[in-house]
Design a protein. Structure first.
Length: 310
């Protein structure tokens, strides 16, 4: 049976340890987005990929609790559970521009994959896998409920580029390799910003890039999916200027990274700057990989475009 995190502080039956104060803080701190910018991702299979229901908040709020149901969102969505989604969730249009490539930088060969046309691209999304992953994970069209196929389509259909890479080091070497890819592609698309999405341990690189002034200057946001937090970010120049939107997606049953610790970091971030552009989506009963399956790429990226005046 699902647990619910909907009672207000002081009401009978509150679950001990649940950060309702953080929820209230985040909901109250939500601010209106800037006037609509020109660049937006057009709808693509929104009926299938919209959040299936809200247990708290509205999709545009700073903190939301999303109704996740394994029977609906895996068993009925997938033809082969957790391996192959039903065909209506995917389109293979991006395959026409998909390439397996290498880039020589930092004295190493970086292996990566790309969809979309780089020259003149309007946005660039880079996905960083977690421990044990590889560049193929984020290019898999039929795993994770087809959600990687959706971001591929959103980029290809909206003059964007989507990149995945092999990360062999989640410290300085990995950061340097991602930064080299960012530099390589922003030279080809000077007007594009880079949005870095990190799954699980990949979040260590998201935070390293966010604290790097040269890297963060190229970025338009980071997306953390079942991932980590970094207290050092709150002392960074990037945080002080509030120029880098952050999305946190987390499952309430994540046994790798406790959602309450991640929500606690989100609370501290908002307490220091209530207007900082950050959002948190908690997928109720979701596990470690649920945010990769359930994050609404179009909703999050369009919010980031607006938050930065893109």
């Amino acid at each position: 049976m699902k647990s619910r995190f909907l009672r207000l502080p002081g009401m009978p039956g509150n679950r001990p340890g649940v950060l309702l104060a953080a929820l209230a803080l985040a909901l109250c701190a939500a601010v209106a987005a800037p006037a609509q910018a020109q660049y937006r991702l057009a709808p693509f299979k929104d009926r299938l990929f919209d959040y299936p229901g809200m247990l708290a908040g509205k999709p545009q709020d700073a903190f939301v609790i999303v109704d996740y149901d394994k029977r609906r969102d895996i068993h009925r969505r997938d033809k082969v559970w957790e391996r192959q989604v039903h065909g209506e969730y995917v389109s293979m249009k991006p395959r026409s521009t998909q390439e397996d490539l290498t880039l020589t930088a930092n004295g190493r060969t970086i292996t990566y994959m790309r969809v979309g046309t780089p020259r003149g691209a309007k946005s660039i999304v880079i996905y960083i896998h977690g421990q044990g992953g590889n560049r193929f994970q984020g290019m898999n069209d039929v795993s994770f409920g087809g959600n990687f196929n959706r971001i591929k389509n959103l980029m290809v259909r909206n003059s964007g580029v989507y990149i995945t890479l092999d990360v062999k080091n989640f410290k300085g070497q990995g950061e340097a390799d991602v930064k080299a890819l960012m530099q390589h592609y922003t030279r080809q698309a000077p007007g594009a910003r880079v949005y870095v999405a990190c799954g699980s341990m990949g979040g260590a690189l998201c935070w390293r890039l966010a604290k790097d002034n040269a890297a963060s200057a190229m970025m338009g946001g980071i997306l953390l999916m079942g991932s980590t937090w970094d207290e050092g970010f709150l002392s960074s120049a990037t945080f002080r200027t509030a120029r880098l939107p952050i999305y946190f997606g987390h499952g309430s049953w994540d046994e790798v990274y406790d959602w309450k610790k991640q929500a606690g970091f989100f609370e501290r971030l908002k307490a220091r700057n209530p207007r900082y552009p950050a959002r948190f989506a908690l997928f109720e009963t979701g596990t470690h990989g649920t945010p990769i399956r359930m994050t609404d790429w179009r909703l999050v990226l369009n919010w980031m475009f607006a938050a930065t005046g893109r």
